[in-house]
Design a protein around this ligand. Structure first.
Ligand SMILES: Cc1cc2nc3c(=O)[nH]c(=O)nc-3n(C[C@H](O)[C@H](O)[C@H](O)COP(=O)(O)OP(=O)(O)OC[C@H]3O[C@@H](n4cnc5c(N)ncnc54)[C@H](O)[C@@H]3O)c2cc1C
Length: 483
């Protein structure tokens, strides 16, 4: 679309990720003149997609969390469909098979049926089952969507119920890996959101991956007459007397708006403002970043006896969730096999896919020159592949040593890719490759400016469903309900 200098909008949305798209749809639905400005040429933000060598990849999608079956009312997914007027068939969500949390001597399987997790805890931690049920009741009674709620340590609160630190670690690992911006803890409200979305609701995935979801959102927005300008970064937010007076764009144009919702992150947004607030927020840059390896196999994982959808692993005596001292911390991580969903008509993805995620150190990855960067990627690819193999059935029963195990995997491998914290920042502009953004969130989305609001990751609702709900809530709360 053509954008002219001095164009005026009811609302500008910065960023065309999940939260920005959802906020924009909501505003367009109520007749607001709204535009999304996006720095890159592809929509989807942190959870976009790309093609390489004729293969289609999701940037990161392991699972759409918050899955509930048709007919279940009052849950985040159903609220999302209702607010965006999307038919649930459009997302084409297919349920996971089974996932697990695997620690050195104990495993907990879980699926989209919460009772499986309850029975697994009863078996592995018989002394804790009553405590667990009390925790579940406290989670049920908690209002995680209270936008004015204060920060509290999840670890402290959980430990008041569950007295075995191993079970605390096992319950926290998947929730932290899929959403905690804080080292070694979570904010309790976020713990509740993640507990419900992962253990009590569940995982699903469209057969075509994240592009199905993005296409649905883009089509919806276009049909509502919403405007979108790609490859159009916001360079500066010009302010006066606690208000935004204009937005300066990378191409030199200047536009104005009554309201601005930014989905690019709290500190990232404040850094665009030409006032003093920025300095105070520097300490709120997230420290947690990740690497992920992607291995394309010439077989379906189930042919190798790998039937889990997602394995959250830890092989250390306790679980440490913090920025590693080395380039990567391979002691814990996530193994995901997107093939292992219950696709309609027993459809199968064309190739086998094995994704392995682990915590990584942004500063170390960005300090490498090109040559060392490529070398380190290879080294850490092998380390993580080997680690994954220790949680998966051996490819050949006679593979006894690490070299054999790796060689056997490589014989089944047709393609590999890997992203690092450096890739994340390059493609999403999130400071320090921090996928889950700032440790201290702004739940009510308010900033120091009266007409600038934060949505998405740094507002505090998590994952792609959370991000969309965040966009919806911020558009409703700050713009639609005000008028
Ligand atoms: C590798 C990976 C795997 C993940 N896996 C899952 C998963 O399996 N399940 C799940 O639920 N969630 C997952 N997530 C998290 C999920 O993707 C995010 O929570 C969600 O997409 C965040 O959306 P958002 O709209 O808040 O932000 P973003 O997606 O970050 O959107 C912000 C957008 O703003 C743009 N932008 C930045 N600066 C500017 C500027 N100055 N001007 C204009 N535009 C700008 C960016 O390019 C970006 O498109 C994953 C994330 C990653 C990175």
């Amino acid at each position: 679309m053509e954008l002219k200098s001095n164009d005026h909008f009811d609302a500008v949305i910065i960023g065309c990720g999940m939260s920005g798209l959802a906020a924009a749809i909501r505003l367009a639905m109520f007749g607001r003149k709204v535009i999304i400005l996006e720095k890159h040429n592809a929509p989807g933000g942190l959870n976009s997609f790309y093609s390489f060598d004729g293969r289609k990849f999701d940037v990161g999608l392991h699972a759409v969390t918050n899955f509930v079956r048709p007919g279940v009312k009052g849950k985040p997914l159903t609220k999302l469909f209702r607010q965006l007027r999307i038919d649930r068939d459009e997302f084409a969500l297919c349920e996971q098979k089974c996932s697990k949390v695997a620690f050195p001597d104990v495993e907990l399987n879980f699926s989209n049926d919460f009772e499986l997790l309850v029975s697994e805890i009863e078996k592995a931690f018989p002394n804790q089952i009553d405590n667990f049920q009390k925790l579940v009741k406290a989670i049920h009674d908690f209002n995680e969507f209270d936008l004015e709620d204060k920060d509290r340590s999840a670890k402290k609160i959980i430990s008041q119920y569950i007295t075995d630190p191993l079970l605390v670690d096992m319950l926290l690992l998947p929730l932290m890996y899929y959403g905690s911006a804080k080292e070694n803890d979570m904010e309790f409200g976020q713990f509740v959101i993640m507990f419900k979305s992962i253990y009590q609701e569940g995982f699903a995935r469209p057969f075509e991956g994240v592009r199905t979801i993005i296409k649905t959102l883009i089509d919806k927005y276009r049909d509502l007459g919403g405007m979108r300008k790609m490859k159009c970064a916001v360079k500066k937010i010009i302010t006066q007397n606690n208000n935004i007076t204009a937005l300066e764009l990378e191409n030199g144009d200047t536009i104005t708006a009554d309201h601005v919702i930014s989905s690019i992150g709290l500190v990232e947004t404040l850094q665009l403002c030409n006032d003093q607030k920025t300095k105070a927020e520097q300490s709120n840059i997230g420290k947690l970043s990740f690497v992920e390896t992607i291995t394309i196999l010439d077989k379906q994982p189930k042919e190798l006896g790998w039937n889990d959808t997602i394995i959250f692993f830890n092989d250390w005596q306790n679980f440490e969730y913090q920025k590693p001292k080395e380039l990567v911390d391979p002691r814990s991580g996530v193994i995901c096999m997107p093939n292992n969903y219950q696709y309609e008509n027993n459809n199968e993805l064309d190739e086998g896919v094995l994704r392995v995620t682990a915590m990584a150190n942004y500063d170390q990855w960005t300090s490498l020159d090109e040559d060392h960067y490529a070398k380190q990627k290879k080294i850490w690819y092998d380390t993580l592949a080997l680690k994954a193999m220790s949680f998966l059935k051996p490819i050949n029963n006679d593979s006894t040593n690490d070299k054999d195990k790796l060689d056997n995997l490589k014989k089944q491998t047709v393609y590999v890719d890997m992203f690092t914290p450096r890739t994340i920042t390059k493609f999403t502009s999130h400071l320090d490759g921090a996928i889950y953004g700032a440790p201290n969130k702004v739940k009510n989305g308010k900033t120091h400016l009266d007409n600038l609001y934060i949505c998405g990751t740094d507002q505090g609702f998590l994952g792609i469903i959370g991000a969309m709900l965040s966009g919806i809530s911020m558009a409703n709360y700050h713009i639609l309900q005000k008028n």
